[in-house]
Design a protein around this ligand. Structure first.
Ligand code: B12
Length: 216
């Protein structure tokens, strides 16, 4: 299994989208857990890509190719995640998106898929979402939670503006806000008045459960 996961990581690091997709299909044929393949294989690969890019070993086209390989694998694995959870009734409605100015959507989509697989109703607004749109959609759909992803230090301030917009519309407390993405932390969530932070998709599910249960 470890060699297989290493192969998945390698296909992402090498930006080989065909190989990444083929391995993802093979994983499902072998009935491996989709979440394991994502977290211990593909995600490890894309994190290495990020590190190598930071070190100057990889250049932007290679970063893009790594992301493309990751997305091709995820397109195969996501439906298997979504099938995994039996969902008798919705645990609540979560509006999710990546904040304006930020096009990183791989982690956000993984969080959305995991929430959906675990019984939450999801409205996924995509990436580069204006602050007001998060709140408009939450209001229109009666959502109990807004989940805002930010991967850039330059865009994370948008998460704060979502909290401020809720305050402005007297919705703070009624609609909970959870934040995530590489530059975020518990401390950041506290500083901006968000209701919680989670570091990965599994933790995001527990956080959503506690936030929506607390809301009643
Ligand atoms: C892939 C990638 C890209 C792809 C994105 C493709 C896509 N469609 O998403 C491309 C090539 C397009 C890209 C572009 C850029 N990128 Co980029 N990118 C990355 C990289 C390598 C991986 C991100 C990723 O997908 N990780 C895998 C996923 C699964 O993990 P994740 O996103 O962290 O999500 C998990 C958790 O954070 C959490 N989570 C995520 N969102 C949320 C939300 C909530 C509510 C919760 C609870 C949890 C949660 O759960 C997820 C699942 O476990 C990172 C490096 C890194 N280590 O993060 C850089 C990185 C984020 N990029 C960076 C930069 C600088 C850029 C560019 C500005 C580059 C440029 N010069 O053009 C542009 C930005 C364009 C823009 N306006 O957004 C920097 C950011 C630096 C900073 N401090 O701001 C990073 C950190 C690279 C680096 N080390 O320098 N990038």
């Amino acid at each position: 299994m470890q060699a297989f996961l290493d192969g998945c990581a390698k296909s992402v690091i090498e930006g080989d989208a065909d190989a990444a997709e083929k391995l993802a299909r093979e994983a499902l044929d072998r009935t491996y857990e989709a979440l394991d393949v994502i977290q211990k294989g593909c995600e490890k690969g894309i994190k290495s890509v990020g590190r190598l890019w930071e070190e100057g070993t990889l250049f932007l086209p290679e970063l893009v190719m790594g992301a493309e390989a990751m997305k091709r694998a995820m397109a195969v694995l996501h439906p298997a995640l979504a099938k995994g959870g039996a969902r008798p009734k919705s645990l609540g409605h979560v509006v999710i998106g990546t904040i304006e100015g930020d096009i990183h959507d791989i982690g956000k989509t993984l969080v959305a898929t995991m929430l959906s697989a675990n019984g939450f109703e999801i409205t996924d607004l995509g990436a580069d979402v204006p602050v007001g749109k998060f709140v408009d959609e939450a209001e229109a759909r009666g959502a109990g939670c807004i989940a805002v992803s930010a991967l850039l230090t330059t865009t994370m301030s948008g998460q704060k503006r979502v909290v401020e917009e809720l305050k402005k519309r007297s919705l703070k407390g009624k609609v909970r806000v959870m934040v995530g993405g590489a530059p975020c932390s518990d401390e950041w969530a506290r500083e901006i008045g968000a209701d919680g932070y989670a570091g990965d998709a599994v933790a995001a599910v527990s956080l959503a459960q506690s936030l929506l249960a607390a809301r009643g």
